[in-house]
Design a protein around this ligand. Structure first.
Ligand SMILES: [Zn+2]
Ligand SMILES: [Zn+2]
Length: 101
């Protein structure tokens, strides 16, 4: 299940569960859309691409599958990278579409 991390790993901007700006890689490294652009859609931790993070329903529409029973984590993961260093790392993975990395 997604942790729904509370902030962008690069700029620490708040990304609440309902945010439409939250982007995640397959390992759930979480960034805002602006930082995904700065990172050239290359995750600094795994080299994968990003996709919009789904919004978990706040209300219990069915079987308790909502934020009420499965709340977002409050643990902040904030470990910004130096963009110049990242650009060097991103050359190889960024040369391929995410589906071919
Ligand atoms: Zn950000
Ligand atoms: Zn990643």
């Amino acid at each position: 299940m997604l942790e729904l991390r509370p902030t962008c790993e690069q700029c620490n901007k708040a990304l609440p569960p309902e945010s439409s700006e939250a982007m995640i890689c397959s390992f759930e490294c979480t960034f805002c859309r602006d930082c995904v652009d700065l990172l050239q859609n290359v995750c600094p931790n795994c080299g994968g691409g990003f996709a919009p993070r789904p919004v978990r329903p706040a209300r219990d529409w069915k079987n308790g599958n909502s934020l009420q029973r499965y709340p977002a984590t409050t643990h902040v993961t904030y470990k910004p990278v130096v963009l110049e260093d990242h650009a060097a790392f991103a050359v190889a993975p960024g040369s391929l579409p995410p589906t071919q990395r």
